[in-house]
Design a binder for this molecule. Sequence first.
Ligand code: GTP
Ligand code: MG
Length: 136
Amino acid sequence: IEKTFLMIKPDGVKRQVIGDIVDRFERRGFELKGAKLMVASREVAEAHYAEHADKPFFGELVDFITSGPVFAMVWEGESVISLARIMMGATKPSDSQPGTIRGDYAVTISENVIHGSDSAESAEREISLWFGGELA
Ligand code: GTP
Ligand code: MG
């Protein structure tokens, strides 16, 4: 059984869609294993997005993710890593389908409501980065 790291970004928290997003994953049959509302430090945000460190938008990305509280979560279930990515929708607003979280809530590539781990390796790394030993 898999675990993944999902995070409602500052725009999603501000827009008060935490409840809707949690509801979508609960209805799909996934189990919430841990959650916290927190403001990420610059250090954690940079480590989280380390794969994008050389991209032109990296500074903007870190500024945005630290600009207000995020809702960090760990979810468990069958194929939850890939299924959560499908439920989130595509990164590019022109590709995100209605019915997905981004397709329902986001029109910009930078403020796109939710993050989800993109592989088993990312999930393990991100869960330990954001939750450390808090989850057994
Ligand atoms: P995350 O779940 O947040 O990792 O999104 P993703 O996996 O769908 O996309 P990716 O990892 O490729 O990019 C990480 C984040 O960088 C995206 O969610 C966007 O918020 C941001 N991003 C990606 N491309 C651009 C861009 O061209 N401009 C800006 N400003 N932000 C971008
Ligand atoms: Mg990504």
